[in-house]
Design a protein around this ligand. Structure first.
Ligand code: COA
Length: 281
């Protein structure tokens, strides 16, 4: 007979926070001491990383979150609005938008991982960051892989990048990860036939790496910041637009208008008879 292992009765296990009837303690600090003293970026840093940020890290995290809080129509805001058009509650629309954040949109984790691996590899192989940048861009070109954190399909040269770099440098946060990222941007001219610019996601991934964020936690920064946008888009969809987004009475052609899905736009199997033997009574 299998031996039954003696287990502790169930209890939660966490290093983040605890609460009792009269108090709430976050990473060792009484919540009431934090309230009114920290801004939201500093609070997020404490909750995520376990320690209060330095002044520079707090300012940098806030700057990244402000920069990422809204970006007009991108996959997540468009997705949130379509979900909201089904008549769901606010949080369901926001969750729908968050689901569009992936490897191609809002991907803070992939450039962070690329730059962290690149800096580590340069150290192991005894190479300069410039040499490593050449190797990484050449390898991506040879393997026909796109570089995460580079290019923007709407802006081409992302207008947010230079300002984030400037803030990172002024605050003294910019370190080897941003240096590698910038050297890779230079290397694209030699290996890709033209300059492929770092986008704001790439710069953020580099700066968060310089602040010691693991890639997954860097992704968390994007998720929280973009929620600001998603709440606004879903709320506006609920209050300004007609549900369903198909109404012919709207002054703008709607995305679900039948005119946009005419039979001539369909390229699946042609109309055909359903087999008589498969028909059920
Ligand atoms: C976002 C993305 C999917 C847009 O791709 P797209 O719609 O095909 O973009 P464009 O049509 O403007 O691309 C034009 C050319 O730029 C180049 N290019 C685009 N993104 C590139 C990248 N990340 N690395 C290297 N070259 C890139 C390619 O040569 C492309 O031409 P091709 O399709 O003939 O290969 C793509 O840029 C990408 O995968 N970026 C990395 C992920 C990322 O950082 N996402 C966050 C965006 S804020």
């Amino acid at each position: 007979m299998a031996e039954t292992r003696q287990k502790e009765p169930f209890h939660w296990r966490t290093g983040i926070a605890y609460k009792t009837r009269p108090k709430i303690v976050i990473r060792g600090y009484d919540l009431n001491d934090l309230t009114g003293s920290l801004d939201l970026g500093e609070m997020a840093y404490l909750v995520w990383r376990g320690e209060l940020p330095s002044d520079a890290h707090g300012k940098m995290l806030n700057a990244i979150m402000v920069c990422m809080a809204e970006h007009a129509f991108s996959p997540s805001s468009a997705a949130a609005r379509m979900v909201a058009s089904g008549g769901v509650p606010l949080h369901a629309g926001v969750a729908g938008g968050l689901l569009a954040i992936g490897d191609l949109h809002g991907t803070f984790d992939r450039p962070a991982a690329l730059f962290q691996q690149g800096v580590a590899r340069a150290r192991t192989e005894g190479r300069s960051l410039e040499e490593m940048a050449e190797i990484l861009v050449r390898e991506a070109r040879e393997q026909k892989k796109r570089l995460p954190g580079f290019h923007h399909p709407q802006h081409i040269r992302d207008p947010r990048s230079a300002r984030l770099i400037e803030v990172g440098q002024k605050l003294g946060v910019a370190g080897p990860h941003l240096a590698l990222a910038l050297a890779m941007e230079d290397a694209t001219e030699r290996h890709m036939g033209r300059r492929v610019w770092l986008n704001a996601v790439g710069v953020s991934g580099a700066l968060l790496s310089d602040m010691g964020f693991e890639p997954e936690l860097a992704k968390g920064v994007m998720l929280v910041a973009r929620c600001v946008s998603l709440v606004a888009h879903v709320y506006e969809e609920m209050t300004r637009e007609r549900g369903w987004r198909a109404s012919g009475r709207s002054e703008i052609t709607q995305p679900l208008d039948l005119e946009l899905q005419r039979p001539e736009f369909y390229d699946g199997p042609p109309d055909r008879a359903f087999p008589a033997e498969r028909r059920r009574p």
